[in-house]
Structure formats: C-alpha cells, structure tokens
Design a protein around this ligand. Structure first.
Ligand SMILES: *[C@@H]1O[C@H](CO)[C@@H](O)[C@H](O)[C@H]1NC(C)=O
Ligand SMILES: *[C@@H]1O[C@H](CO)[C@@H](O)[C@H](O)[C@H]1NC(C)=O
Ligand SMILES: *[C@@H]1O[C@H](CO)[C@@H](O)[C@H](O)[C@H]1NC(C)=O
Ligand SMILES: *[C@@H]1O[C@H](CO)[C@@H](O)[C@H](O)[C@H]1NC(C)=O
Ligand SMILES: *[C@@H]1O[C@H](CO)[C@@H](O)[C@H](O)[C@H]1NC(C)=O
Ligand SMILES: *[C@@H]1O[C@H](CO)[C@@H](O)[C@H](O)[C@H]1NC(C)=O
Length: 551
C-alpha cells in the first residue's frame, strides 16, 4: 500500500520533470571533466606559517585540504575577489546610521552558484553596528521564491519573509553565506524555504563578507555576541525593505540554527525591547520590526563558553573589540596566539578552526585561569548569551538530545530561566530524541513549518511555556548522519555544513524518505501550479507514507 502510493507520486514527479523539457531547443552534449572537491583552489600553507604555528604534517594536510574545499565552494572567488563586496565610495561615512542601503545587486548572476531552479538571488550591502555603536558595512542576501506562499488571513500582496540567521560558517570575510555557491545551508534551509514560497532575508553578519570598513580597519565578527547578531539581522531586514520597496513589507518570522539559533533568540529579545520602548531608536526601527510574527531557534547557542575549544578561542579572539582592557595573552598561551595569528592570516572557516583547535587538548591553547582570572568571560556572558530575558513571542526552541555542540541540558536550562522571567509569553520547547546538532534541521522541518504557518496565518499562540517531545518514527535508530549532510565517509565530513560527524542517532532511511516526499511535493506544486492546497495535501500524504513506513 505504501509502495503503491509512493510509486504513484514518484510517477507524477517523473511526469512533471519530463513535461518541463523544452521540445524546440537543439541540444548539444556538454563537455565532461572529472570533479574533485578542491577543484578551484590550490592553497598551501607556507613553511613559515607551518613553523610559526608549530603544525604537524597531519594538521598541515588537514588545513590545506579543508581550505581548498572551502574556497572551491565560493562563487566568483569569494568576497575578496567578487566585486560586489567592494564598498562604494562614500564621503559621509561618519554620518551613516545603521540600517541604510549601500549597494543593491537586484539580480545576482547565479551561474557560479548552485541555487535551486525557480528562485532568484539578490544581494545588498547595508550598514549595521558593532556592540559599541560603531557603524560598519555588511552584506546580506535575499532569496526570492518563484511564487509566494499565500495565507488567507494575511494581506495577499506581500510574500511572507523568513529572516534567516545562519550557524557558524567562519569568522572572516571569506565566510559569508551570500558568497557560497550553496548560500552555505543549501537544501537544508534557504532552498527548500524558497521552494515552499517564503522569501529569505539573510544577513552574513558584520565581519563576514565585507572585511574592512571605509577607513581600512578590520570589521570584527563579534562571534556569539547575541545583541550584535540581532542588530545585523534587524538592520539587514530594514535595509532590504528599503532596497526592494514594497516587496518585503508583509509579515516576517526569524529563524536560525546554532550560532544563528542564538542570534534568532537574541533577535526576539531585541524586537521585544524595541516594541516596549518609546525611544527614538524604537521609533526609527518601527518599520523594521513591523509584521513580526515570531521566532524559531534551532539548536541555539545560549552559553557561549560551552560549545567547544575552537568556539571559545574564536569568540575570545574578538574580546578586544568589546572590552578595551582585554588582550589575547590574558587568555591564550603562546601556542594559542600563534594559531589565532595563523587563522586570521589565512581567513580560516569554521572547519579550519576545528582542525586547528580541536585536535589537541584545550590547555595547549587556553591558560588555566582564562575563565576565572578576569571579568571578561562573565561580563560577556552577562549581555551576550540569549535566554533568561523578556522577548517578543511567540518563540519555538528546537533541541536534540544528542547534540555535541549545544547540549540539551544547557538549552533546557535557558528555556527554564526564560519561562521564569516571562511566564505569560508563548514559548514552545521541542525536544527531539536521539538527534544531533545539524540533522535536527531536516528532521523537524514539518514541526516548525507548521508552527510558522500558524503564525503567518494569524492563529493566536497560547500563552505560557510548553514542551513537546518528538521521536523518530523508526524508534531507536543507527548512528549516522542525515541525508542532506551526507557526502561519503567520516573523512569527508569537513564538507558538511555543521561540519561534525555525530555519533548520535539519526536515521538515514527516514531522511531519504523525507527528502523524497519533499521532492515530490515540489513537483506536484509546480504541476498544479497555483492550486493553493496542493502543498498541504502532499505533505499529508507524506505523513501517511511515513506513518505506514514506521508501522
Ligand atoms: C610543537 O608541537 C609539539 C607537538 O606537536 C610539541 O611537543 C612542542 O613542544 C611544540 N613546540 C613549541 C615551540 O611549542
Ligand atoms: C575560481 O577561483 C578563481 C580564483 O579565486 C575565481 O576568480 C573564479 O571566479 C572561481 N570560479 C568560479 C566558477 O567561481
Ligand atoms: C550620505 O550621502 C548620500 C549621497 O551621497 C545621501 O544619499 C545620504 O542620505 C547621506 N547620508 C547621511 C546620513 O547624511
Ligand atoms: C568600538 O568598536 C570598534 C570595533 O567595532 C573598535 O575598532 C573601536 O576601537 C571601539 N571603540 C571603543 C571606544 O572602544
Ligand atoms: C494590502 O496592503 C496594501 C499595501 O499596504 C494596501 O494598499 C491594501 O489596501 C492592503 N489590502 C488589504 C486587503 O488589507
Ligand atoms: C571557575 O571557578 C569555579 C569556582 O571556583 C570553578 O568551579 C570552575 O571550574 C572554574 N572555571 C574554569 C573554566 O576554570
């Protein structure tokens, strides 16, 4: 029975694909060449870099391989070569406010990208501000759907917008998602959201994309500083609304994962502050937060110093831009500082930081008194970590029990602290049994998209905190990784977004099935082109297949 329905649907999908083939165009077979994952980069650490950072042959091999793969994933050579990221000459830079548009690339040439067919990419440069209020330039992308999702209760002229805050891609200009062929999260997030009819507005975050300000100074990516990411997000939306007048003025939700899950949560807090304040900033930003319907935080970082040594080093590296009395030698050993110098020099991504800082004990890089020896770690926690504060609800927090980066216990504690402070606000806490940091995104798709649809269609969320526990339909599952993350083996896991091989439980068969269901869904939506309920019906059929499959 289940196979019958599935094959009927796949037949429909095949029919749909065949029917797209233009019949009148003469084809010619394309040339053929072998492809490897480092095809567009030939980086190699120099002997001076290797000796200054005291790297073993093994680490040298790892770093070279990972950097070449990262750089091959960048369109047009990435931010340092792509002219889009060059700042326009501006004479009044010192008068600029955050949230202004600096450059609009209305339609990005997506030939060097790998975005899904039917979607359109735009990019903007805009202004945001760092923690001390310094106005800096930054970049963002907008991914437009072929046709917008319509919600009966909303004003149909506007596309629903998801303000997407990405997880850790890196720490320097090269790591901007808007420069990645896959926009970094690819099918896992922006692509399928656009195919489902949402418009995605996605800040790269200050310091990623545009590396230097007008005066030539380096723009610090203030990693894990919630209010900093929240500003990048809200100002990117404000600028995008100005840049694409009248096209993004409807409702919006915030959604993010990992570092970006924390940013999404911090954005909900920031929106709450702006809603509650009558100050001039709130007045100016009124338009930027108009239409806010809620936030989804997936595997959010709510305790900056608990993620892992590489993350502590990368966040610590920027404390000098936050606390004038901080210097690297207060926290880091000479070996740690040598590797920080190296990663800055080579613009290493998240995957590079993991190779440099997770292959030896933390004590090689961090001094024993780094946390307790000065006020910096605690002061940072005090303002940077989201959670335990008022926020603009509703908020959904999604967390796996097997997450190696963001522990289930920590997220639960942050949820609890928040519910104590804000007991009447709406917070849904979804705990996913057996899932890790990144597979979670794909596994819980139907859960959070249904929740978002309720928000966009104006359904009132019940007040108070509640918890939902989800289990995989297959019950106890094998070790593995979810389909979108899968490249081949452990030795290729550096190619995966989230860049971690999690021994936790996720279930390949489930994910394959799930991916198949979505693919069919997209095709059905295209076939029936315009029939509003096609998506819903297919998702329900998908559910039925899944539950039969599991039974
Ligand atoms: C370089 O690293 C090796 C371990 O790979 C270590 O034994 C040695 O002490 C290090 N040298 C310096 C100068 O840090
Ligand atoms: C390949 O890399 C070169 C050098 O960085 C860059 O100029 C070029 O645009 C890249 N090719 C593509 C297709 O992105
Ligand atoms: C800066 O100058 C541009 C024109 O060069 C103008 O459009 C903009 O409003 C000015 N901004 C401020 C804050 O003065
Ligand atoms: C403010 O932060 C910027 C980095 O965004 C830094 O360059 C500047 O020195 C800081 N100013 C003060 C007064 O701390
Ligand atoms: C939808 O929004 C547009 C632009 O603000 C407005 O002109 C129109 O009257 C609205 N329609 C409805 C049904 O609210
Ligand atoms: C800081 O001090 C507290 C109490 O003295 C101790 O429990 C904790 O482990 C210390 N933290 C670090 C990272 O050294």
């Amino acid at each position: 029975m289940e196979n019958f329905s599935a094959s009927k649907l796949f037949g429909l999908a095949l029919f749909a694909s065949l029917s797209y083939l233009p019949s009148q165009v003469q084809g010619q077979a394309a040339p053929v060449a072998l492809l490897n994952t480092i095809y567009n980069s030939s980086f190699s650490l120099t002997p001076e870099q290797i000796s200054a950072a005291n790297l073993s042959d093994d680490i040298v091999f790892r770093v070279n391989t990972v950097i070449n793969a990262d750089r091959s994933g960048l369109a047009n050579g990435g931010p340092r070569e792509d002219d889009f990221y060059t700042l326009p000459g501006i004479h009044n830079a010192s008068q600029l406010k955050p949230g202004e548009v600096l450059k609009i690339q209305e339609v990005t040439d997506t030939f060097p990208f790998a975005i899904s067919a039917g979607t359109t990419l735009s990019r903007i440069l805009y202004t945001t501000e760092t923690l001390n209020g310094t106005v800096v330039p930054a970049s963002a992308f907008v991914l437009w759907p072929f046709a917008s999702r319509k919600f009966s209760a909303t004003n149909g002229s506007f596309a629903p917008v998801i303000l997407w805050t990405h997880g850790t891609s890196g720490f320097f200009a090269d790591a901007a998602p808007s420069a990645y062929r896959s926009l970094y999260y690819g099918d896992m997030m922006p692509f399928w959201l656009a195919q489902a009819g949402y418009t995605i507005v996605a800040p790269d975050y200050a310091g990623l994309g545009v590396g230097q300000s007008w005066d030539g100074s380096e723009i610090p990516h203030q990693y894990f500083a919630g209010p900093s990411g929240a500003r990048d997000a809200i100002f990117s939306l404000q600028a995008a609304r100005t840049a694409f007048k009248g096209r993004l003025d409807g409702k919006f939700a915030v959604m993010g994962h990992s570092q970006g899950g924390g940013v999404a949560w911090a954005t909900a807090e920031y929106v709450g502050q702006l809603q509650n304040k009558a100050g001039s900033l709130a007045k100016e930003l009124g338009d930027a937060i108009k239409g806010y319907v809620g936030t989804v935080a997936l595997a959010p970082v709510t305790k900056a110093w608990e993620v892992g040594t590489f993350a502590t080093v990368m966040a610590g590296m920027r404390l000098g831009s936050i606390f004038p009395d901080f210097s690297l030698d207060q926290w880091f050993t000479p070996a740690g500082i040598a590797r920080i110098d190296l990663i800055r020099e080579i613009q290493g991504t998240s995957s590079v930081a993991q190779q440099l800082f997770l292959n030896s004990p933390a004590s090689d890089f961090l001094k024993p008194g780094w946390y307790n020896g000065s006020h910096h770690a605690r002061s940072f926690e005090g303002f940077a970590n989201p959670g335990g504060r008022d926020f603009a609800g509703p908020l959904m927090v999604v967390q796996g029990t097997q997450d190696v980066f963001v522990s289930h216990d920590i997220t639960s504690a942050s949820v609890e602290a928040t519910c104590q402070i804000s007991p009447d606000n709406h917070l849904t806490y979804v705990v996913v049994d057996g899932y890790g940091h990144t597979p979670l995104i794909s596994a819980t798709r139907l859960t959070y998209i249904q929740w978002l649809e309720d928000r966009f269609s104006g359904k009132t969320a019940q007040s108070g905190c509640s918890q939902v526990n989800l289990e995989s339909v297959e019950g106890s599952a094998q070790a593995g990784h979810s389909f979108p993350q899968w490249t081949s083996g452990l030795e290729h896991s550096y190619l995966n977004v989230g860049s971690v091989y999690e021994m936790g439980v996720s279930c390949l068969r489930f994910s394959l099935f799930f991916g198949g269901t979505l693919a069919v869904w997209q095709d059905v939506v295209m076939i029936i082109n315009g029939l509003e309920y096609a998506g819903r019906i297919t998702v329900i059929v998908g559910y039925l297949i899944l539950s039969k499959h599991g039974a």
